[in-house]
Each structure stands twice: as structure tokens, then as C-alpha cells.
Write a protein that binds this ligand. Sequence first.
Ligand SMILES: Nc1ncnc2c1ncn2[C@@H]1O[C@H](COP(=O)(O)OP(=O)(O)OP(=O)(O)O)[C@@H](O)[C@H]1O
Ligand code: SF4
Ligand SMILES: [Mg+2]
Length: 442
Amino acid sequence: MSQDPNAKVGIDVSEVGANAAETGERDLSDHVDVVDDHEAFHEPPDFHALAEHGHVATQLDLDAEPIITVDNLKMYFPVKSSGLVRRTVGHVQAVDGVSFQVPRGGSLGLVGESGCGKSTTGRLITRLYKPTGGSMMFEGHDLAKLSTSEMKPLRRNVQMIFQDPYTSLNPRHTVGSIVGAPLAVHNIVPKDKILPRVQELLEVVGLNPEHYNRYPNEFSGGQRQRIGIARALTLNPKLLVADEPVSALDVSIQAQVVNLLQDLQREFDIAFLFIAHDLAVVRHFCPEVAVMYLGKIVEIGDRETIYGHAHHPYTQALLSAVPDVKQAAIGGRRERIRLEGDVPSPINPPSGCRFRTRCQFAQEICAKVEPPLLQIGKRHKVACHFAGELGAHPATPVTTDLLGVDDQGSPVPGATPSNTQLTGPGYEKTWYDLRSKQTTGV
Ligand SMILES: Nc1ncnc2c1ncn2[C@@H]1O[C@H](COP(=O)(O)OP(=O)(O)OP(=O)(O)O)[C@@H](O)[C@H]1O
Ligand code: SF4
Ligand SMILES: [Mg+2]
């Protein structure tokens, strides 16, 4: 190699991650010799086939401590009026009181329709946004409260993989510069050690380490995503937020990248918040799944429970749209549950249950009282007054005793609402049994 490699490897980091559309793409098509995929969507990837190659679905470690505990997290984006004096006229309630835990070395999937707040949740955890409220406890620190400078030493522990491998890599920077940038920013290794570390990382993600001085445009979509993964790994993170990490890739490449993420997780004990539309991918990668609707978690639980025994009408509808999810979650039925209407505006969400404008089971109480995210099983929580498996939704609300209201949602004079099982991001040892309406446990 004739050039000084470190001259190529990351010093100007100011533009790393800038949008390609802003900076303009270089046409390097004459140099492309490594394309291995095509950006077409046909059919879902065959995640059953992964098992044949030793990539069985990731399993749940019940003993794992949480690496992050998110409690009542909120992000309200101000909506400004037009005109010279721009006043705040409302708020987009993108994330509104979300609570969950991600186990150390484990993965929680976050699913839901477009605009429900998945990416905003991920961006809050990586502190790309400062939350409006709530807490995010990570190794004794509340990430929600820290200033930018206080965040700096912690930032290396929580990194993000972005959806679009085309726009998330700066086309003007070499791969070495992109992957090495975090090392330079955090001043972690001496300058002359940056290149060897970059090459090591490229190898770890399955790229040719000699390609460090190429530009993103010289790589295919799958390879660019590997570059994004290498960048996220540079600082040895303990938690990775993967925001739709494979949805922009060709189906044949999706499985490879998911395999890579699984290998990395096992090798480096990395925890994942795995955000995705694709419920088949999430089922493979995540032993636990949270379902979001309009800024709130409506159901959360372990994989078998969510995919086999979903209790929320929204989860049931989502699952019914997945061709290969055909078990009890949809009552053994194969037909799709049609969701009527659009997702309401997060600026002015419906009162009570936010899903009520599209829910076939909605009754009076649903407009009056917000259903709490109630623990109803060992590792299962649901926010629905009429929670039940499809075909077995109760005729009367299950939440009235807990909330001290009658079947229509009006307060019962003298009733004492019980907060048991209604709060807290993790799972309690006891829960509310829907049949007996008693607290129970193992
Ligand atoms: N910076 C912002 N300013 C104002 N509103 C925002 C901002 N970012 C997101 N939103 C709004 O917050 C809501 C949640 O957006 P978010 O991107 O988190 O959804 P998502 O679940 O990731 O959707 P998708 O599946 O399409 O990626 C949307 O209504 C969106 O328009
Ligand atoms: S609380 Fe009511 S509106 Fe909301 S999901 Fe349950 S039944 Fe539907
Ligand atoms: Mg998103």
C-alpha cells in the first residue's frame, strides 16, 4: 500500500452519518466489483431455514438482569404555528409513557405500524433526543437526565444501527474513516492503532479488511449495512438499538445480516432493542416482544406468548397479517383481521384507549378510561379492558375492580382502586389472573 493509511482513516468526523442526499452521491459505478444483492422485495425471508445453518431462534435467559430499564418514557415534539412568531400550538405525542426492560445480552423486539413511535423510542435510548419525561436506567445512570457532556462517556455503551445503509453512511468518507470515527472522537486508541482496529472490525462483520479505503458507494446494500454494523461495534457497546436493520435489504441478504447480528450478540454479549415491521424476523431474533400503538406499548411478553396467545386486539390483527404466523394468536384461523381506518394523529390521540377508533371490541369504558398495561401472566402484559385470546374476549371489562370503575368506566363511589400489577417496567412474581380476577403467581 502506497498511501499513509491513517491519512484515510477518520480524522474529520464532523460529517459522519450525514445524509447522502445533502452531500451528493459520487458516481463510482465503474468501480463497483463487489455487488452481491439486488434491492427488490419479493417474499419474506425463510427464517426457518436459518435453523438448518445453526442459527436457531435466540432463546430467553430468565436469569439475565436488565441492562436498561425504561420507565414511563415520553417524547412530545412541539408543533409550531406558521408565521413570523412561531408559537407552540400542540405536541406530537410520539412516545407517551413507555416502560420496558432489555435483559443483559438479550433482545427485545419492538413492533407496530408506521408512526407508532418505534424509532423515537430507539433514538431516546441512544439519546439522539432528550426525553420529555421518564427515566432510562443504564448501569446506575439515568440516561434521560444526563447532559450532553455527561452522556459522552456512556454513549459508547449504547449504539445504533440505522435502517437505511444508503443514507446513514457519508458517501464522501472512506469506510475506514466511517468505522474509525468513533475511536477518534472518544480518543480511545492511539492514532496508529485505529487502522488495525478498523480492519479487525471489518473482518468481524464479514468484509474484506483491505477495503478500508473504499467509499460506501463501492459496496452493495448488504455490505453497507455491515459497515454500519461495524461502526456501531467500534466502541464495544453493551446495548445496540437496531432500527429496522434489514428492512431496506434484499430478502436473500436479510437472513445473512440477521445471522451476523445473532453471531455478534453471542460473541460479544450485546443486548439489542430490535425495531422492525417484520414479525417473522422479530420472532427469530427476539425472545421478548413489545407491541406499540400510537406512542404506547399495548402488549409485551415472551415470544411464545405474543405469537401464540396474544390478548390485545391490535396484536391479533398485526399477527393475522403475517403469512406464517398461524397459531392460536389468531384463534387458529388463517384469515386476516382487517384493521379499519387510519392510525389517528398523535397530536390529538383518542381518549381512553388509543386503539378504540379501530377496535371491533370497543365499548363505552374504552373511551373513558385508559386501560393500564396489566401483567396477566408470568411474562405477559396487556393494555385492554377486554383482554383475551381471539374468540375469547370477555363480554365485560376485566379491569373494573383494579380501577374502581363500573362496566361503563364511571367511578364507583367508595371503591378503592388497586395499583397491583399496574406499574413498573419489569415483571412481578405475581400477576392478575383474568379468569379469577385475583392476584396469582407460581
Ligand atoms: N423530529 C420529529 N418532530 C416531530 N414529529 C416527529 C419527529 N420524529 C418523529 N415524529 C413523529 O412521531 C411519530 C412517531 O414517529 P417514529 O418515527 O418514531 O415512528 P416509527 O414507529 O419509527 O415509524 P416507522 O415504522 O415509519 O419508522 C410520528 O407521528 C412522527 O411523525
Ligand atoms: S381497551 Fe377497548 S378499544 Fe382498547 S383494545 Fe381493548 S377492547 Fe379495544
Ligand atoms: Mg421508524
